[in-house]
Design a protein around this ligand. Structure first.
Ligand code: NAD
Length: 707
């Protein structure tokens, strides 16, 4: 028997164990090995029933990701074909029991559904998350799922991509029993119970498919849900079409229709972009020059300085990951405010049923709020999250250097300031690194790991490991003003403001941006983050301004008039008590007055111009960043933007978007903007020029030099 599958006979039950670590993916050879094992067990007179189980930590977690990549590159192939295996399992005349632990996702769930019965341990997770990749369950999943859980639930599972635990899966009808104790023992006992019952094939369970009225309601609700939670995305709508086929066509024809839709999806630019992001997220942990198993400092206790917006969020992220936290601020008032916010956040999670009260209590107990540095001498990692001021940070690093133990990693959460200048305040700059979290830090997945010129390999490896521990995506970037994400955002923000000064209104720009797919418009983001925040950043970096170069003006005026965003119920928008924004006549007047003062006669600005100026400025800055070596790969920038800045994954990130538009076109437009607005703002990045002239792409550059 193949090494990928082991078979044993346990008192009349053939136990077929998939052995394809780490996640038993349906990789090359696995479907065939399984098929052969099922056929052999069916022939074996000593076998009364079959149990299929995953070896190691999980059932079959899904398709093989390398095969997925190959399929995305060659969508015509339709991807790996597991249909013969599914038919073989379902047609087996002896009962086949799927024994599930860990996860059964995508292709794993599709295989499980072809079995005659499914049992699972309580913490097993099942789901059809294909929408996250811009594709649909393409191995008969859209045909079997509604037969097991009903049309409305199938629609919901495919659209949301949510994973369900065994208990819920049982309630839905996706599995037959939640088992306790040893899974294999329980699955074999179950198999013996049902060994003599006639097998029931999922594909024959048509009973719940025929309620036309209920189905129509479910499809309409699903399309509405898709528009809400996955705006602009086509895959969830395609999944609904495929489920609709299940309700209208016999099984085989439904499967045929599903295959056509699946191929179409796989070839779509959205799937290509989302699969790119999927791989890019996994690629960021490959840090050039850093061995995968590079030694790290062990991190158990984290000292956090500053209990404000960021310090509080970082504290939550740490205790959520089991690290203990010392949270320091300068006044009792600031500390109380910080703890009140953390408590409110956890309370909300408890009320929504996401966190048990006992877990909340345990996590709160792991946060030690304090005004002194007591205990910081034992901290393994100190993260500074005080005000964005070089003076404050320099003073703090001078202080903590005296307290921290020699092997304590010293990190700053600065969004813009020079890590090297901060590190220079200590006698151990090798221990200093930037850990740039995003707000809210307990939720946002991105951490930019800023490598200073002295940051040691071990410190960097530790930072990468910490990001992983916190279940975040850590992207290593170089030390330059704004690092990668904010530096590109400043260019994007700059153009958005210029457009307003030339004739657009904030709400028009924001609408064009959200229509493009951004999670929020840039002005809404600015109001959320605080206009005062960006203002303060600008004050800190005034010395970097080039004289004579145009700078946005309205932002300063908003700050000066006390319109600091949501916290003041007024910024680029005005806000009601529930923080619902609406256009503000004050801002309109301010904008129009500013335009006149600046000598612009306001003109109609097209959405196309908004998109081109905002995003091409971003792409151009990204290309400069790559040329300067501040990001290793264009894909890293894409991850920063999709995980930290609300850039739509279905567009693959800004650099992938540039490739999709065509770099020749992007370059030509940037050259035109350079003529119109001057080289200080729009000189094309040399890398962009080179790639455009060679008919190449950022993705090709990544592939040629994956670092
Ligand atoms: P904040 O004003 O909400 O909190 C700062 C906290 O630090 C305050 O509670 C303040 O009392 C405390 N503090 C100031 N000086 C201190 C000192 N010497 N010792 C101890 N505590 C001190 O600010 P924030 O938004 O949390 O930002 C903190 C840092 O994180 C800044 O460097 C900022 O640029 C960065 N950052 C902010 C965001 C964001 O969206 N807010 C995102 C990424 C990074």
């Amino acid at each position: 028997m193949s090494e990928l599958v082991a078979v044993s006979l346990e008192d009349g039950i053939a136990v077929i164990t998939v052995q394809n670590p780490p996640v038993n993916a349906l990789g090359p050879g696995v479907p065939k090995a399984l098929l052969d094992a099922v056929a052999a067990a069916e022939r074996d007179a000593a076998v009364q029933a079959l149990v299929i189980i995953g070896g190691g930590k999980t059932f079959i977690a899904g398709a093989d990701i390398n095969e997925l990549l190959a399929a995305a590159k060659n969508p015509e192939s339709g991807g790996p074909d597991i249909h013969p295996l599914l038919a073989r399992v379902e047609d087996c005349f002896k009962p086949v029991v799927m024994a599930i632990h860990g996860t059964a996702l995508g292709g794993g769930l599709e295989l499980a559904m072809a079995g005659h019965y499914r049992v699972a341990v309580a913490d097993a997770l099942l789901g059809a998350p294909e929408s996250n990749l811009g594709i649909i369950p393409g191995a008969e999943g859209t045909q079997r799922l509604p037969r097991l859980v009903g049309v409305a639930n199938a629609v919901d599972l495919c659209v949301s991509g949510h994973l369900v635990k065994a208990g819920e899966a049982k309630d839905l009808g996706l599995i037959d029993r939640v088992v306790e104790g040893d899974l294999l023992t329980a699955a074999c006992a179950f198999a013996r119970e049902i060994a003599d019952a006639p097998v029931s094939k999922t594909r024959h369970r048509n009973g719940g498919l025929n309620n036309v009225e209920a189905n129509e309601t479910a499809f309409a609700a699903g399309r509405e849900q898709a528009r809400k939670i996955r705006p602009h995305q086509t895959a969830p709508l395609h999944a609904i079409d495929a489920i609709e086929a299940a309700t209208k066509l016999p099984f085989e024809e439904g499967c045929k229709r599903e295959r056509e839709i699946a191929k179409l999806c796989l070839a779509s630019p959205q799937a290509q972009a989302m699969i790119h992001v999927f791989f890019a997220e996994r690629g960021v942990s490959k840090v050039p020059g850093l061995a995968k198993d590079a030694p790290t400092y062990p991190i158990r206790t984290v000292g956090i300085i500053g209990a404000g917006t960021m310090g509080g969020g970082i504290a939550m992220a740490c205790v959520n990951a089991g690290l203990s936290v010392l949270l320091k601020d300068t006044s009792q008032e600031a500390l109380d405010r910080g703890i009140a916010t953390i408590t409110k956040n956890y309370n909300r999670s408890v009320q929504r049923g996401r966190t048990p009260q006992a877990v909340m209590d345990q996590r709160m107990a792991m946060i030690h709020a304090q005004l002194s540095y007591d205990g910081f001498e034992d901290a393994d990692l100190i993260i500074e999250a005080a005000f964005e001021s070089m003076e404050v940070k320099k003073a703090l690093f001078t202080d903590i250097e005296k307290i921290a133990k020699p092997d304590c990693v010293l990190a700053t959460n600065t969004s813009t300031l020079d890590i090297d200048a901060i590190a220079a305040m200590t006698s151990r700059p090798g221990m200093v690194v930037g850990l740039h979290f995003f707000s809210p830090a307990n939720v946002m997945r991105l951490v930019e790991i800023v490598r200073g010129k002295e940051t040691s390999q071990k410190t960097l490896a530790t930072a990468v490991a910490v990001a992983k521990t916190l279940k975040k995506i850590g992207v290593v970037v170089g030390n330059a003003y704004g690092f990668v994400g904010n530096r590109m955002m400043f260019a994007y923000m700059r153009e958005a403001q210029f457009l307003v000064e030339e004739g657009a209104l904030p709400e028009q720009v924001d609408k064009a941006l959200t229509d493009f797919g951004m999670a929020m418009g840039i002005f809404a983001v600015d109001d959320l983050g605080g206009i005062d925040l960006l203002y303060r950043v600008r004050q800190e970096t005034k010395h970097l301004d080039k004289p004579g170069v145009r700078k946005p003006v309205v932002h300063d005026r908003l700050y000066e008039s006390g319109r600091w965003g949501q916290k003041r119920n007024a910024g680029w928008y005005k806000y009601d008590d529930k923080l619902k924004p609406s256009p503000d006549p004050f801002v309109r007047e301010l904008v129009e007055k500013t335009s006149t003062e600046l000598g612009f006669s306001r003109r109609a600005i097209s959405n196309e111009e908004i998109i081109e100026r905002c995003f091409y400025a971003m792409v151009n800055e990204g290309a400069k960043i790559l040329d300067e070596g501040l990001a290793y790969r264009a894909a890293d920038i894409d991850v920063i933007y999709t995980t930290g800045y609300g850039f739509p994954t279905w567009r693959g990130g800004p650099m992938w978007f540039g490739d999709a538009v065509g770099l020749q076109k992007v370059y030509a437009r940037i050259c035109a903007f350079e003529k119109q607005f001057g080289p200080d703002l729009w000189a094309p990045a040399p890398l962009l020029k080179r790639l455009a002239e060679n008919g190449s792409t950022f993705a090709a550059r990544d592939e040629k030099d994956p670092k």
